[in-house]
Design a protein around this ligand. Structure first.
Ligand code: NAD
Length: 476
């Protein structure tokens, strides 16, 4: 997409429509600071229409058998695959994600998830009969919850949305999706794919809007469940609202994960995997291990290797195939990252490389490596959401585990050692929802999510299906 796009942007009841208000959401390319286009901003009245369409569609969609739903979801996967290259370009132009990453994730994951959940539900009965302890028979039904409000951030807009949409639709729910204002243009491709695949009108509705519209969806009486990914701060607000309403909610929130290098780790020969686990998507990824725990005996050597890694990373326009580090999504996000770099220096950490603005257009920050960081410093405790790594030294494995667990977050992390059993033993001791050995190769077949302030609930895996159904017991 190279031309400026002006689009209605609201996809309600199977049709594109402009919002009730004249307000529009403007999108700017963070690599070039040039305007990409705009869509209508949804108002509360537009959300009302989207929820009504989803409620109406639920009656028919939930009554279909799972094989029929699975066929339509496979059709949606096909339609998204046909748009894969354009989808990756559209996401990268909006949020600065290096195109190599968006080709793999934003183009590849949504169809993969749709096919995976179609396959799982096609084989799944809608009820099981069991013998009771007291002699009778019982049918346990799996019933869809109703209309799911899906609220996602800008960093992986399509993947994060489809992590929710695919299992929710497969189990018979319908959707009201609110993308983040920074990334609304990729939703146009999603809406086109939905129409092409022949999903019944109202099964997926898209309402671009800001946080206030997100809040309106969360509280809407026509919504039965909320699936949210975003910051911990917003997650807390949503949890409070859902608590008052007793509305089921899943929350995928922030992180500050640990990268634990054991004393025999061979990181010089694992640079590509290490980069992915610590700096993917310009550091704008929730699970990254941005606290690097290094044994004191190898501290200087490790800081040197990381400085080399940061300096060797190609910085450039997100759609350039050679780019490893693209821009921050917005001037606000760059300011936030730069604020943490200043804070790190003021707190006495040593900025070894990076943390500067390259001499070019766009909202770039060069990848920064801080040494001499202790785990009590703000740059070790708070989520920065940019290309900034803090290297913390430790003496014993027990101390490494204690430092890793001394965090309000618990989402990702890695342990590095050629001794797999030793690394796995450490991994088990870390308070986190997911963790990798010698790399972080997340996989949709396994549950994904966080503990502590990183969230509540799990997405992915067969387990995700259970989070979109209510169980009903019928005593026969
Ligand atoms: P954010 O919380 O500001 O916004 C996320 C979404 O929520 C946006 O669509 C926004 O418009 C909406 N929103 C804002 N206020 C709302 C409210 N009061 N009620 C309802 N909706 C509201 O987050 P962000 O800055 O856009 O995204 C970055 C954050 O997302 C980071 O903290 C990152 O760690 C987190 N994240 C987590 C995961 C995960 O799986 N755990 C994945 C990606 C990103």
């Amino acid at each position: 997409m190279t031309t400026v796009v002006e689009h209605d942007g609201l996809f309600i009841d199977g049709s594109w429509t402009a919002g009730e208000s004249a307000q529009r959401i403007e999108v700017v390319n963070p690599s070039t600071e040039r305007r990409l286009g705009s869509v209508s901003a949804a108002s509360s009245g537009d959300v009302d229409r989207a929820v009504a369409a989803a409620r109406q569609a639920f009656l028919e969609w939930s009554a279909r058998n799972s094989d029929e739903r699975a066929d339509l979801l496979n059709g949606l996967a096909d339609a998204l695959e046909r748009r894969g290259a354009e989808m990756a370009q559209t996401v990268s132009r909006q949020n600065g994600m290096p195109i190599a990453v968006s080709n793999g994730l934003e183009a590849g994951f949504p169809p993969l998830l749709l096919r995976y959940y179609s396959g799982l539900v096609a084989a799944q009965p809608t009820f099981t009969r069991r013998s009771g302890l007291l002699g009778g028979q019982i049918d346990v039904l799996r019933k869809p919850m109703g209309v799911v409000g899906v609220i996602v951030p800008w960093n992986f807009p399509q993947t994060l949305a489809m992590m929710k949409i695919a299992p929710a639709l497969a189990t018979g729910n319908t959707i009201v999706l609110k993308p983040s204002p920074e990334t609304v243009l990729d939703s146009i491709l999603l809406g086109e794919a939905i129409a092409e695949a022949g999903l019944p009108p109202g099964v997926i509705n898209i309402v671009p809007g800001d946080g206030a519209i997100g809040g309106y969806i969360v509280r809407h009486p026509g919504i039965d469940r909320i699936a949210f990914t975003g910051s911990t701060e917003t997650g807390r607000t949503i949890a409070q609202e859902c608590g008052k309403l007793l509305r089921p909610v899943s929350l995928e929130l922030g992180g500050k994960s640990a990268t634990i290098l054991l004393d025999d780790a061979d990181i010089a020969n694992s640079m590509a995997d290490f980069f992915k686990a610590t700096l993917l998507n310009n550091g704008q990824t929730c699970f990254l291990g941005t606290r690097v725990l290094a044994p004191r005996t190898r501290y200087a050597e490790i800081v040197d290797v990381l400085a080399g890694l940061a300096q060797a990373a190609t910085i450039g326009d997100a759609v350039d195939e050679s780019t490893m580090i693209g821009p921050m999504v917005s001037p606000r996000q760059r300011q936030r990252v730069e604020g943490y770099i200043e804070k790190g220096k003021a707190e006495g950490a040593r900025l070894v490389v990076g943390g500067t603005r390259p001499d070019r257009e766009g909202w770039f920050v060069t990848p920064a490596i801080f040494a001499d960081v202790t785990n009590d410093k703000a740059i070790a405790r708070e989520e920065i959401f940019g290309p900034v790594l803090s290297v913390i030294s430790y003496d014993t494995e027990d101390e490494a585990v204690a430092i890793a667990n001394d965090s309000c977050y618990g989402l990702g992390g890695t342990v590095w050692s050629p001794d797999h059993d030793r690394a796995r033993g450490i991994a088990e001791r870390i308070e986190t929802g997911t963790i990798g050995i010698n790399g972080y190769n997340l996989d949709p077949a396994a549950p994904f999510g966080g503990v502590k302030d990183s969230g509540i609930g799990r997405e992915w895996g067969p387990e995700a299906l259970d989070t979109y159904v209510e169980l009903q017991s019928i005593y026969l």
